[in-house]
Design a protein. Structure first.
Length: 278
């Protein structure tokens, strides 16, 4: 793959292995930019960051969607209090729409008869499902489609990077020193796929005292800026451990969260170059 690859294979003369892998979106979809949200390990609040970024961009007046690619552990519908099964017809699948910001959401949990049923599928089936969320879903007009991926660098992230025209990724992490190594794996995978990293979000960075507002670094000093600088990532953000965030997520009220912690990453997302869709 060329360093200047735009994922527009129709006008490309390069002979590379990835030229035929990008899937066409549904003919009734017009998704302008695709942003992947990844983490090297689980439990760092990746879905929370995905939801907050989606709401932030919607508040800026953009049309936003969330593709929940965490097939075996979907949590996006609960965060937005979505429980009605998705509608579909001969033309495709119609996303659910959130109440306040009108964010379009597709998740496997919105297709199951019983959302609590475990999804015991092998990798190829999971990867195929993620592709269908791109090709078979009628997204309509969407300025930014956020893809909430499962942790790690396995089948699903690889499928998304190869099959969807991803314009950039946001890496979510936590403060522990060990995480730097895990972030490096995600960064190296992005470089391998020639996809820019637009931001590094460090969750659970500190606890803020409700009385004096002092920041207490429970897991050690905040190193997100140093980590971002080390890997050449332009934008970074630190999110606190907050009971308020946990409450709005558990109650399905993510559209009501308060805070501007991710504004710098949102600014960088707006600067991402638009890759021409097939």
């Amino acid at each position: 793959m060329s360093e200047n690859c735009t994922h527009d294979c129709s006008s490309c003369k390069e002979d590379c292995a990835s030229r035929s892998l990008i899937e066409k979106q549904n003919e009734l979809s017009n998704v302008k930019k695709v942003i992947g949200v990844v983490s090297g390990k689980g439990g760092v609040g990746k879905s929370m960051v995905t939801s907050m970024l989606a709401v932030t961009m919607a508040r800026r007046g953009f049309k936003v969607g969330i593709l929940d690619a965490d097939i075996t552990g979907p949590s996006i519908p609960k965060m937005f209090k979505l429980d009605r099964r998705l509608d579909c017809d001969n033309t495709g699948i119609y996303p659910a729409v959130t109440a306040k910001e009108k964010i379009k959401v597709v998740s496997l949990n919105l297709l199951l008869e019983d959302p609590s049923s475990p999804v015991v599928w092998r990798g190829p089936i999971i990867a195929g499902t993620v592709k269908q969320f791109w090709t078979d879903v009628i997204w309509g007009d969407v300025d930014y489609l956020f893809v909430d991926m499962p942790p790690g660098t396995g089948d699903v992230p690889l499928t998304v990077f190869q099959s969807l025209p991803v314009d950039g990724i946001v890496v979510v992490t936590s403060p522990q020193e060990l995480v730097t190594m895990i972030v490096e794996k995600a960064v190296n995978m992005a470089k391998l796929m020639n996809i820019p990293i637009v931001g590094l979000a460090q969750n659970m960075s500190y606890v803020e005292c409700p009385k004096c507002k002092e920041k207490i670094y429970v897991f050690g000093e905040n190193n997100v800026e140093d980590t971002a600088k080390k890997f050449g990532i332009k934008s970074s953000a630190s999110l606190p451990i907050s009971k308020d965030y946990a409450t709005v997520a558990d109650r399905g009220l993510m559209e009501l969260f308060e805070g501007d912690y991710l504004d710098s990453i949102a600014d960088e997302i707006e600067k991402t170059e638009n890759k021409k869709q097939n």
